[in-house]
Design a protein around this ligand. Sequence first.
Ligand SMILES: C[S@@+](CC[C@H](N)C(=O)[O-])C[C@H]1O[C@@H](n2cnc3c(N)ncnc32)[C@H](O)[C@@H]1O
Length: 317
Amino acid sequence: MSRVDPCAGSPGAATATATGNCSFPFINSVVCADNLGFMSKLPSEGCALIYADPPFNSKQVLGPTKTSPHRFSDHHGTGVAGYLGFLRPRLAEMRRLLAEHGTLCVHLDWRSVHAVKLMLDDLFRAENFLNEIIWSYRSGGRPSRWFPRKHDTLLLYAKHRGQHRFNRLRGGVYRTQDLKYTADGQPYKSTRNGRIAFHPDGPAIGDVWEIPILSTVSRERTGYPTQKPEALLERLILASSDAGDLVADFFCGSGTTLAVAQRLGRAWVGCDENPGAVRIASKRLGLIGADGPGNSQDGKLRSRIGMAPGGKKKKTR
Ligand SMILES: C[S@@+](CC[C@H](N)C(=O)[O-])C[C@H]1O[C@@H](n2cnc3c(N)ncnc32)[C@H](O)[C@@H]1O
């Protein structure tokens, strides 16, 4: 297995425009391992943004489906206590890996967001809490005994609130009544106290994000059962990191975070314990060709998929 050296330049399909802190190991690599052991090997304070989309502990086995052979088992600890026992040491490691200006985003749903919020308040201290983002979407399924559950929750914590990166994002339309526009397109409203000018790029994006889930025919679809839309990650990465920063995802699944980070000129590092996920992420990033490791376009970039040179999977636990 060859070592990727992004500091020496990375030509070919997987060219990453950013290499972040080049002394950080495994930069622009996807690693197949249990993330707890993997993170423990990484140096502190390198990451500007860590996105964590852990299993929700739904007790379901997702996939394979008619259209995709990929399988993902969501059993992580018994009850809420068992699940928190699984997450806590991992989130603590993520805090250690964050730069002083870093932000952690943990993606959850109704099953455990309440319990994990309390745990994060404890790990990060409540004063470092930044946002509870509601990712609102439409999908099938209309229960008759309660309201349809059509949102996930993203909890954002700064390592040190005040020092953290935050780029305000704008978009969408103003809901202000009687909005007018100057000849050069500047929105404004006339009031009895005079004109109020509005920002031409639209209102500041708030904490409720309406972003469609991936459709079954989306071009983005990799077939991985829990894949998230790139638009969600794009917003997060643009807001919480700058070009050249290091973005990490240690539950990377199909590699959505890594692909968006690469497109936006961030350096990245990914990890997943499922070899199938790592294979998909590696293909998505151009680290391996369609036939597997060693077939990337430039023949140099490889994913670290935990395979010994003979093709035998290394023990990761
Ligand atoms: C919800 S999925 C992530 C999906 C991803 N955000 C995407 O867009 O494809 C969670 C992932 O965490 C991985 N995972 C679960 N436990 C893990 C562990 N201890 N170490 C590394 N990966 C783990 C699973 O294999 C799964 O791919």
